[in-house]
Design a binder for this molecule. Sequence first.
Ligand SMILES: [Zn+2]
Length: 95
Amino acid sequence: MTAYRAARRHALKMLAGVVIGVVFIIAVDAWIGHSSIAFAIVIFGLFMANIGILGFNCPNCGSNLFFRGPLMLPWPNKTCSRCGTDLTKEAWRGG
Ligand SMILES: [Zn+2]
């Protein structure tokens, strides 16, 4: 698996998590009424799931695939923003 594909898989998992979270909040809202606890659970769950994002680094320079300079985006780089390595061809060595 390449670094880009591994990171993209994480991005898709997070996207699914966000969708499930929104559905969960809407469902709780409809059944019980407005609940900030449901909201807090979803935010906390997504935050915990997203910690894995820190493991997706460029195999060449260690720059994170989800960062473009100081900006963090929900989708990984195909080319390293720091050293220009083609991440669709570099093997991912894990976190
Ligand atoms: Zn790099």
